[in-house]
Design a protein around this ligand. Structure first.
Ligand code: SF4
Length: 421
């Protein structure tokens, strides 16, 4: 590989690593003697396709020489960092070369803004278009759409990319304008809307013409930065709910704010990214997408932020202890899904198995139910345990927390009372 391009690749892959729409971003673990592999390097990351396959992607920016000055971004124009810009041909060659060597199965392409949004977007579209048409590249492509890009360019991108995404970055517009003065929500929501229209129009056309071109078949995604501004989890989850109501929106990613520009006084003085909060938001997101929870059940005016010590499903169950215990041999699927420790798979197994036999505690364990949580919220005839209401929600919270953390250890005699089999 050309040394010049290799140098650019190192700079640009490094600059792309803070975008977490691919699962392996943000980790720094160097290769050490006696070990194999490293999470640092030239931006090969992993993502999951619709059918659950894990694919490796070349995660790279077209350029990190950005004209914008977003406070939370390492690539902002006021930072003194190495800059690089790949030509369209260099990016194509890199992708094809990596693909042929079996290093990657796809491309994740983003970019800083050069000159203006359309100038940048036009180059990105040329990359994906030429890969598909001239090089017959059939691998996965996830392309970021630049905020403020025109409808024509977004429409063209959708013909070649599998997934398109536009990052919301900051949930409330006034906070976005404070940290990223060159951006506003309109410049983000417009391309999102163009993508949605393209996906719907293509689905409609394919009903009539079997070989009509597909438009962004893996839909769109977006990302929010968590903890850089004062939005509550309620604000964030309400926004996610409205985004998931858009037919083409597949994923909302939550990226714990990484303090890369600690000199900027508009940003909170964090030492590290709020990873526990990020994780709790993903759990809440999962509850909304697969467990039938609404955002206002998980967080509301009385509880605008997620409990960082316990997962949101357990937190909900403790706040609604009057709904428990439920009888797993009689309760409907939706209610069984709300029991802490019971997942989608085990809830399905309970419903199908109980047609043939009575569900017992040992059956539940075999189904993969996490009994150390679930047993306080269910009855099934043989559970020699106390329910959440007998133990009290406050005490159970403390007891289940102390299983993971010793920060608020309750009295050990009382604990043995709660956890006696
Ligand atoms: S537009 Fe903002 S977030 Fe994107 S690369 Fe430029 S400075 Fe960073």
């Amino acid at each position: 590989m050309n040394e010049h391009v290799l140098d650019k690749l190192k700079v640009l892959a490094e600059s792309a690593k803070y975008d977490i729409s691919c699962a392996s971003s943000g980790t720094t673990r160097k290769n050490r003697p006696g070990t194999i592999g490293s999470t640092e390097g030239w931006g090969i990351c992993h993502s999951f396709t619709e059918d659950g396959r894990c694919v490796s992607l070349l995660k790279i920016m077209l350029t990190n020489a950005c004209i914008y000055d977003c406070a939370y971004c390492i690539n902002r124009r006021s930072n003194d960092i190495p800059r690089a810009t790949l030509t369209v041909q260099e990016l194509i060659d890199l992708t094809i070369e990596f693909y042929r060597r079996n290093y990657i199965e796809g491309l994740f392409l983003s970019s800083g803004v050069i000159n203006n949004p359309d100038y940048t977007m036009e180059r990105m579209v040329r990359v994906v278009k030429e890969l598909r048409t001239n090089y017959h590249y059939n691998g996965y492509i996830h392309m970021k759409s630049i905020p403020g890009a025109s409808r024509e360019l977004v429409n063209e991108a959708g013909l070649y990319a599998d997934r398109l995404s536009v990052n919301i970055e900051i949930p409330k517009e006034q906070n976005l304008k404070m940290l990223a003065p060159e951006k506003d929500h309109q410049s983000i929501y417009k391309p999102m809307f163009y993508i949605q229209q393209g996906v719907l129009a293509s689905a409609d056309e394919r009903k009539r013409f079997r070989y009509a071109p597909r438009f962004a078949p893996a839909g769109q995604s977006t990302q929010m930065i968590i903890g850089a501004t004062d939005e509550s989890d309620k604000d964030i989850l309400q926004l996610s709910t409205s985004l998931y109501q858009r037919p083409s929106m597949k994923r909302v990613y939550y990226s714990g704010f990484i303090p890369v520009n600690s000199y900027d006084t508009r940003l909170p003085a964090l030492k590290q990214a709020p990873l526990v909060r990020e994780n709790r938001l993903y759990q809440a997101d999962w509850l909304m997408r697969f467990y039938g929870f609404r955002a206002n059940e998980i967080v509301d005016d009385s509880y605008p932020n997620l409990d960082l010590e316990i997962d949101p499903k357990l937190a909900w169950a403790l706040r609604h202890s009057e709904a428990f215990p439920i009888d797993v041999n009689k309760a409907d699927y939706g209610l069984i899904l709300r029991v802490p420790g019971i997942g989608v798979k085990s809830a399905g197994l309970i419903i199908s198995s109980r047609k043939h036999r009575r569900i017992t505690a040992s059956t539940l364990t075999k189904m993969g139910v996490v009994m150390k949580k679930a047993r306080f919220f269910i009855t099934c005839g043989e559970l020699p345990t106390f329910t959440v209401n007998e133990v009290t929600p406050e005490y159970l919270r403390l007891a289940l927390m102390s299983k993971k953390s010793s920060r608020k250890e309750p009295d050990s005699k009382q604990l043995s009372f709660v956890f006696t089999e």
